[in-house]
Design a protein around this ligand. Structure first.
Ligand code: PYC
Length: 312
C-alpha cells in the first residue's frame, strides 16, 4: 500500500493540498524539469491525489520539493484534476500558511521556486500572506473571438503565471447564484479560443478565462469569475488571474504603481493587489489569507479499482 502525507487548506475558499511525503523521487534539476518527469512518468499519482474519490475538480495539489536555489525555503509543483499549473497564487498562499503551520517558516520574507520562476512570499504577523508573483503582462488587447451561442466576445490575453483571457462580457451578474451559467459561458469561451487558435506568447495555451466587472454588491470593488483548466471555477479571486488583471489595468493606465486594487472572487472573498513596474509588464504583489482544514495520510490500495483516481 502506498502512503502519501498531505496537509489541506483553503485560500479565500479555494482548496490546496500540500504533498509532504510519500511521493516518488523526481530526481534533480529545475522545477520545470522535475515537472516534465512528473507529467511523463507519474501522472497517475497526480490523479490519485487531486481527482475523486480523494480529491475533487476544485482541488489544487502542491508537491513540495527541495529547491535548487539554497536561498529558497521550498520548491513546489502545482497540479490539478487535469494537469499542471505554471504558478498558482492561492496555492502559494496555502503553501506558505502550511509551511508556517509546520514550523518550517516564521513571519517575514521568503522565496519559493516554481516551474515558472522564483516567487517571493511574505508571511505577516496576523496570518495574511503576500506573494511577489512572477512578472505579469498583457500580450494582446481587445482580442475578438466568436463564441457559439453567445456571439462575439472581446477580451485581453495576459500572463500572470498562467495564460488568461480576460473579458468584461458576461451573460449573467457575477453572483454566486449564477455560477452554473457563468461556468457554461466561460467553458464555451475557452473552447472557442482553442478552436480559433488564439494563444499566449510562443503558442502558450490559454487555460483560464476570467470575467472581470464591478461587484454587484454596491461596494464599488471589482469582482471576477475565473474558469480554471479542468472545468471548475476558482472559489478564490485567483492570484495569477489578479496578477494578469493588474497587468491589463497598468497597460490601460487605469491603476498606478503602488495603488491598491481590491479583487473579489465569486464568493465575495478578497485579495488585494498592487504592482511595481517591470521590464515588460508589472511585478504584482498579491495579499490573501489561507486556513488549514486538515492533515491526512492518503492510502492507495493495490486492488482498489479507483486507486489512481477517476480520470476524465
Ligand atoms: O490562485 O492563481 C491562482 C489559481 C490558479 C488556479 C486556481 N487558482
Amino acid at each position: 500500500m502506498d502512503r502519501i502525507s498531505v496537509i489541506d487548506s483553503h485560500t479565500a475558499g479555494e482548496p490546496t493540498r500540500v504533498v509532504l511525503s510519500g511521493f516518488p523521487d523526481l530526481g534533480a534539476g529545475s522545477l520545470a524539469e522535475r515537472r516534465a518527469r512528473f507529467r511523463a512518468g507519474f501522472d497517475h499519482w497526480r490523479s490519485a491525489i487531486a481527482c475523486e474519490p480523494r480529491g475533487s475538480d476544485t482541488m489544487v495539489g502542491a508537491l513540495l520539493q527541495e529547491p535548487v536555489d539554497p536561498d529558497c525555503c521550498a520548491g513546489v509543483i502545482f497540479f490539478n484534476n487535469v494537469g499542471f499549473l505554471g504558478m498558482c497564487g492561492h496555492g502559494t498562499i496555502g503553501l506558505t500558511r502550511t509551511l508556517a503551520h509546520l514550523g518550517r517558516i516564521g513571519p517575514g520574507r521568503h522565496r519559493i521556486e516554481t516551474p515558472v520562476g522564483v516567487v517571493g512570499v511574505e508571511l505577516h504577523g496576523d496570518g495574511r500572506v503576500t506573494i511577489d508573483n512572477v512578472e505579469s503582462y498583457r500580450a494582446a488587447a481587445a482580442v475578438e473571438v466568436e463564441v457559439p451561442g453567445y456571439g462575439k466576445v472581446v477580451g485581453d490575453v495576459a500572463w500572470g503565471g498562467n495564460w488568461f483571457f480576460i473579458t468584461e462580457h458576461s451573460p449573467a451578474p457575477l453572483d454566486f447564484g449564477y455560477r452554473e451559467e457563468l461556468s457554461r459561458y466561460t467553458v464555451a469561451v475557452l473552447r472557442a479560443l482553442h478552436a480559433a487558435g488564439i494563444t499566449g506568447d510562443d503558442g502558450g495555451a490559454i487555460d483560464h478565462v476570467e470575467i472581470s466587472r464591478e461587484a454587484p454588491d454596491g461596494s464599488g470593488q471589482s469582482r471576477n469569475f475565473v474558469m480554471c483548466p479542468g472545468g471548475a471555477y476558482d472559489r478564490s479571486p485567483c492570484g495569477t488571474g489578479t496578477s494578469a488583471k493588474l497587468a491589463c489595468l497598468a497597460a490601460d493606465g487605469k491603476l498606478g504603481e503602488g495603488e491598491t486594487w481590491v479583487q473579489q472572487g465569486i464568493l465575495g472573498s478578497v485579495f488585494e493587489g498592487t504592482y511595481r513596474a517591470g521590464g515588460r509588464g508589472v511585478l504584482p504583489r498579491i495579499t490573501g489569507r489561507a486556513w488549514i482544514t486538515g492533515r491526512a495520510e492518503i492510502l492507495i490500495e493495490a486492488d482498489d479499482p479507483f486507486a489512481w483516481g477517476i480520470r476524465g
